[in-house]
Design a protein. Structure first.
Length: 245
């Protein structure tokens, strides 16, 4: 997909941009920012240790606390709160089933948004369909020619950009559905069994080559998504600099 800016327009910035990747996991989002912003320094924060994290610095701890304490030190913040409690599988009738067995999930979008807004810094917050993030941008693997669909929504704070076109899907996601096996150009990068993607298939489908952790590979964003976000933000930044000049 064509990127929305010429990154040379912001190459004369006085210092490299500092990006915070909150709830970073192994750094699928981080890798996209590293690819999309020349000289960028990316710090990841996650409640769990992330030995495969691919950024420049890592802090293990609560993401919201870190944003509150240090978010103002960064030029741009990306946040991907846990999605397990946000999508359709944990809402509606499924919510009652989860409650019956004592299964609960954190709902972190609202407090994350409050922390992000308090920094005064531009940000993007990402989550799944059905979540409470504002649906400013929707990205899909087909927009980047990936072998995974993985629709995600992005809430933009302090900046805006135009929604890119969403191309028609080329077919089905491979795997078993209601007792029938379907072939297709996309793999199911979640769970195990039923024709779902292997470690190598997820690595190839998402464009992630620095980890072999099946669970974290399933959780990670494809770097192509945040590379696009990075270019879109640079376009906004470049336009702002031109107006200021």
């Amino acid at each position: 997909m064509t990127q929305p800016t010429d990154i040379r327009r912001v190459s004369a910035l006085a210092a490299p941009l500092r990006v915070l990747d909150a709830y970073c996991c192994i750094g699928g989002g981080t890798k996209g920012y590293k690819r999309g912003i020349p000289g960028v320094h990316v710090t990841g924060v996650d409640i769990q240790a992330q030995p495969d994290y691919c950024g420049d610095a890592f802090h293990q701890g609560d993401a919201i606390d870190f944003i509150r304490a240090h978010g103002h030190e960064f030029d741009f913040i990306h946040a991907s709160p846990p999605c397990q409690g946000e999508g359709a599988p944990t809402k509606g009738t499924n919510a009652a089933r989860n409650a019956a067995i004592g299964r609960t999930y954190p709902r972190l979008i609202a407090p994350t948004r409050a922390a992000l807004e308090a920094t005064g810094r531009p940000y993007v917050m990402e989550n799944v369909p059905g979540s409470e993030v504002r649906k400013d941008i929707r990205l899909c693997g087909e927009q980047f020619g990936l072998a995974v669909l993985m629709h995600r929504y992005f809430e933009l704070g302090g900046w805006t950009t135009v929604q890119p076109a969403h191309p028609r899907h080329r077919g089905r996601v491979r795997g078993w559905r209601h007792g029938e096996f379907h072939k297709g150009p996309y793999v199911a990068a979640y769970g195990k069994g039923g024709g779902k993607a292997t470690v190598e298939e997820i690595r190839t489908a998402k464009g992630i080559d620095w980890s072999t952790d099946h669970f974290r590979l399933r959780e990670a964003l494809p770097p192509a998504y945040t590379e696009w976000i990075a270019h879109a933000y640079l376009a906004t930044l470049a336009a702002t600099l031109e107006v200021a000049a």
